[in-house]
Design a protein around this ligand. Structure first.
Ligand code: 13P
Ligand code: ZN
Length: 270
């Protein structure tokens, strides 16, 4: 059996949490990540018959029965993951229709998965329906996207169009746009269900006055998705109070669609 700390998925998770902390997106215990793993890759590092603990999830997700996830722990700081991965991360297998999580590795101080586990698992179910290659759900608190939800309409078309107008390549990176939830109580099954519903039509879901969720095939791609949206929001926050002299027009965006072979969300461009 190989050392799990040498697994590419573990190294990538540690690098990503560290990088997110360094970007200022994950103050204190802010943010959480879940990474879907293949059974074969887990078996290279762990005896999958050796269950350390069984932790109830409080929801059902039969589509994920038997699936393995590497998940950040609740109350844990992204900045500390690199120093103590076995305390701050856990590897679980969902069982009983998603009602229980069998801990195979990690949470070694007696901890458990993120309080946002419902939103993560329900989002995985939604994204896997759209894209079977989706492996990552990522949540964080980037300052500019968060700031934008205080001063910009939360209308999804308007919110998306504003972000697309802030950097030329935004429409190329997230042609599906950004969906937006109103403020809701975090950590609940209700916000999980609402997030998953939004994940059916876009890989980015803003939680107003809280943060953002991103989904993608791997950690790099998902990080890049949030990074691009956050850069656009940063530009918006720099110029929102100033007269706009120039902008990226819908005609320019149609040119980008043609050049990069993407299609902006239906009805979002004129
Ligand atoms: P956890 O520490 O439970 O992951 O919560 C952090 C967070 O960002 C809640 O939305
Ligand atoms: Zn949060």
């Amino acid at each position: 059996m190989k050392d799990i700390l040498t697994a590419p998925f573990m190294i990538e998770m540690i690098r990503t949490t560290t990088n997110m902390y360094n970007h200022g997106w994950d103050e204190r215990n802010g943010g959480n990540i879940s990474l879907l793993l293949n059974e074969a890759e887990v078996r290279e590092y762990l005896d999958t018959d050796r269950v350390l603990r069984t932790i109830p999830t409080g929801f059902k997700a039969p589509e994920l029965d038997g699936k393995y996830f590497l998940v950040t722990g609740t109350g844990k700081y992204f900045k500390n993951v690199q120093y103590a991965p076995d305390v701050n991360l856990g590897l679980v297998r969902l069982t009983d229709g998603g009602g229980n999580a069998e801990l195979l590795w990690g949470y070694s101080d007696g901890g458990k998965f993120t309080s946002e586990f419902p939103a993560h698992m329900m989002s995985h179910v939604a994204r896997l329906k759209v894209d079977p290659e989706n492996h990552v759900v990522m949540h964080c608190h980037p300052a500019n996207l968060l700031a934008m939800t205080y001063i910009h309409t939360l209308d999804e078309r308007e919110f998306t169009r504003t972000l697309w107008q802030m950097c030329t390549e935004c429409i190329v990176v997230f042609p599906d746009g950004v969906n937006v939830l109103p403020w809701m109580l975090c950590g609940t099954n209700e916000i999980g269900e609402a997030t998953a519903e939004k994940m059916l039509t876009a890989r980015l879901v803003v939680w107003s006055l809280h943060g953002i969720y991103g989904a993608g095939k791997d950690l790099d791609e998902t990080f890049g998705l949030i990074e691009t949206a956050e850069k656009a929001a940063e530009i918006y926050m720099k110029i929102a109070h100033l007269p706009r002299v120039n902008t990226i027009t819908d005609d320019m965006m149609h040119q980008l669609e043609a050049r990069f072979g993407v299609k902006g969300r239906e009805g979002y461009l004129s």
